[in-house]
Design a protein around this ligand. Structure first.
Ligand code: NAD
Length: 261
């Protein structure tokens, strides 16, 4: 992605980070597009190219329509996430953590690429779950996605729960599905406790996840937004860096000294 973010704006944001001891990051699908995983709403997004695909992400359609489930399993089996490797934006967030400033890495992503890059699993808060596991919508059984995909490869088009026969779905939050209350509370706490809220690669159009920006700003945090397109929160931000995360994030963290104990 081409990028023309001015060095002066990078320096303003880097200075906010350098002076902070508690930085909370909110990441979105844009962090993983360089890794070959399309976002939903960007110019090449899954829903931008095919608006009807949004239906596959609604719980009601998934539960009530076996064809939606069969199509979902076909798409999961072929998903680029299984071959994806972390990119420069993921690595830059590991560097931010190593500088001693990361309070929490709140992610809307379901791809586990932050953990694959080396971010501490303890600091990653997966607001929308993970595609690396499945969950039964009836009995709650949780199991590795790889086992379910083996059944799909062996010919089951819509594999039911091996324990109770219920509907199996990736352990992700669909539209119409509540976020885990404990996960959301942890994310909100990290927003309120932050000195800087850094939102990266997210359209900030999905709630309640995007609401952590408001919470952090109301509690006095500086807000930095790094995204290729405008977001509804740009007016709230202290610095908006409109460019590619793979370019901007490494520049933001390159001169960060470790915090003194
Ligand atoms: P989104 O699709 O709504 O927005 C992504 C934003 O990132 C867009 O504004 C786009 O312009 C920007 N962007 C794309 N590539 C970029 C880049 N290289 N540099 C800078 N900006 C870039 O995504 P969202 O805000 O995360 O919300 C969508 C929902 O979709 C989330 O709930 C998430 O769970 C899910 N999702 C996850 C993945 C994933 O895990 N990788 C992929 C697609 C969707």
């Amino acid at each position: 992605m081409t990028d023309d973010v001015a060095e002066a704006d990078i320096e303003r944001a880097a200075d906010l980070l350098a002076r902070a001891r508690r930085v909370t990051v909110l990441s979105g699908a844009g962090v993983s597009t360089d890794s070959g995983i399309p976002d939903f709403r960007g110019p090449q997004g899954v829903w931008t190219r095919n608006p009807a695909a949004e239906r596959l992400s609604t719980l009601q359609a998934y539960v009530s329509d076996p064809e939606v489930r069969r199509e979902s399993w076909r798409q999961r089996a072929a998903h680029p996430v299984w071959r994806a490797r972390p990119g420069p934006a993921h690595t830059a967030l590991v560097d931010l953590e190593r500088s001693g400033r990361l309070l929490a890495l709140l992610t809307q992503n379901i791809d586990e690429l932050h953990q694959a890059a080396g971010s501490s699993p303890d600091l990653v808060v997966e607001l929308h779950g993970t595609v690396h596991h499945v969950q039964c919508l009836s009995c709650g059984l949780r199991a590795p996605m790889s086992e379910a995909l083996e059944r799909v490869a062996a010919g089951e088009e819509d594999p039911p729960c091996p324990r109770c026969g219920g509907v199996l779905k990736s352990a992700t939050i669909s539209f119409g599905q509540e976020l885990d209350a404990g996960v959301l509370m942890r994310a909100r706490r990290a927003a309120v406790d932050a000195e800087v809220l850094l939102a990266v690669g997210t359209s900030l159009g999905v709630h309640p996840a995007a609401g952590v920006v408001d919470l952090a700003a109301a509690a006095g945090a500086a807000v930095i937004i790094v995204n290729a397109e405008p977001t509804p929160y740009d007016d709230v931000a202290d610095v908006v860096l409109r460019g590619g995360v793979g370019d901007v994030l490494p520049r933001l963290v390159r001169d960060l000294e470790p915090v003194a104990d």
